[in-house]
Design a protein around this ligand. Structure first.
Ligand SMILES: O=C(O)C1=C[C@@H](OP(=O)(O)O)[C@@H](O)[C@H](O)C1
Ligand SMILES: C=C(OP(=O)(O)O)C(=O)O
Length: 408
């Protein structure tokens, strides 16, 4: 489905309920499969979380998790230690290009048996579930934190817990801390110090009900909308002042882009404030919140200001090569973008072309990051259903703010 977004002069202030964090949900679903007396509220309705639930219930040999990266990584570890079970874990065409070798090699150190069905180092993989023999593992930590979280999640179910030694500069650290915090919330002890994580073994836990905070990566699109609007506000729930999600950093980042955040019990109100914008040209390191990069780059483009985003080394192996995709699409709209392996520089610009069709590269965040530009120009979004990977109600919620969206 392609959509046309007509240019709108401003948005209508409204209150929206955002679905639960996909990252928190996917962690808790693995923990619930290991410790069934965990209850989860405000579960994410994302495709990725639904695929995770389906996979955890499946008795089939072949488990297909489509585009869901966290599900692929977490389930690799989960099935690897499920003694006696054989699973072929596969996914979409893109998933078969997203590396898994670092995690597979870590699991092999524990005595797990995993083979590649096609290309070495990539899904699909054939997993013969085993009871691990050791309780210590080391792995490269600068490619994806998901490999580390995957090991942390299965760690308490191992007879002696697990010591995980991280090699190199650790990336996407808040996601590792999120895993540790959720383990702690269900009563499992763990420590993360320098380059070592230790998770204690745990036979069973007392019944626990965990309420998932709403998704901060999804909130990013409302930050962008408010930044590009004129004197408006949007209230979204349910959020916590002390969040486990690294993307909560948006509240601080968007101060520079004219958005003020007010916390009130479990909602946040994003309000456009006038004043001078702080160009993000000195360098904003997003290695702790990689999923916000597309939103921030497009907001800056919509505002006509430049930005220099760094710490983007993980973007090339996500749903698409997000650096290439951003450059292509912003340049179609008339902007100028320079990319390296780990950074993006956007030049300030004065105008935005109209009626451009934005390609989305099977990446939900490409569709959602460009949509706020409807406050500046009319545009088309190709394959707009991609948003369901993390935020199925995205287009409905935009309509509630007065966006004029038509099938094209
Ligand atoms: O653990 C998680 O839930 C995630 C970790 C991040 O990945 P990387 O660690 O690969 O950067 C992030 O981009 C992804 O959307 C979700
Ligand atoms: C990178 C993402 O997801 P995953 O790696 O889980 O596919 C994302 O949601 O932006």
């Amino acid at each position: 489905m392609n959509l046309k977004l007509e240019r709108i002069p401003n948005i209508e202030s409204n209150t929206l309920q955002i679905t639960g964090s996909k990252s928190e949900t996917n962690r808790l679903l693995i923990l619930q499969a290991l410790y069934p007396n965990i209850g989860i509220e405000n579960v994410s309705n994302s495709d990725d979380s639904e695929l995770m639930q389906k996979a955890l219930k499946s008795d089939e040999i072949i488990v297909d998790i489509h585009h869901a990266g966290t599900a692929m990584r977490f389930l690799t570890a989960y099935f690897a230690v499920k003694n006696g079970r054989e699973t072929i874990l596969t996914g979409s065409k893109r998933m078969k290009e997203r590396p898994i070798k670092i995690l597979v090699e870590a699991l092999e150190q524990l005595g797990c048996e995993i083979g590649y069905e096609n290309e070495h180092g990539y899904p699909p993989i054939r997993i013969k579930g085993k009871r691990p023999e050791t309780n210590s593992v080391s792995l490269q930590a600068n490619v994806s934190s998901q490999y580390i979280s995957a090991l942390m999640l299965i760690a308490p179910s191992l007879p002696n817990g697990l010591e995980i030694v991280l090699e190199g500069k650790v990336t996407s650290v808040p996601y590792i801390n999120m895993t540790l915090s959720l383990l702690s919330d269900v009563g499992i002890k763990g420590v993360f110090n320098d380059n070592k994580i230790t998770i204690n073994p745990c036979d069973k836990i007392s019944p626990k009900n965990i309420v998932v905070e709403s998704d901060w990566s999804s909130a990013s699109y409302f930050y962008s909308i408010v930044a590009l609007s004129d004197n408006t506000s949007v209230t979204i729930g349910s959020y916590k002042k002390q969040s486990y999600q690294g993307d909560a950093k948006l509240a601080e980042i968007y101060k520079s882009l004219g958005v003020e955040t007010t916390f009130d019990q479990n909602t946040i109100t994003l309000k456009k404030v006038s004043g001078k914008l702080n160009k993000l040209e000195e360098g904003l390191d997003l290695s702790n919140s990689p999923d916000t990069a597309q939103t921030i780059a497009v907001t800056c483009f919509g505002l006509g200001i430049g930005c220099y985003l760094t710490g983007l080394h993980t973007l090339k192996i996500k749903e698409t090569d997000r650096l290439e995709a951003l450059k292509n699409e912003i340049e179609k709209l008339g902007g100028q973008v320079h990319i390296t392996e780990n950074s993006l520089r956007l030049e300030p610009s004065e105008s935005i072309k109209k009626d451009v069709t934005i390609a989305t590269y099977h990446d939900h965040r490409m569709a959602m990051a460009f949509a706020p530009l409807a406050l500046k120009t009319s545009l088309y979004v190709e394959d707009a259903n991609v948003v369901s990977k993390s935020y199925p109600d995205f287009w409905l919620d935009l309509k509630k703010l007065g966006f004029k969206i038509l099938e094209a």
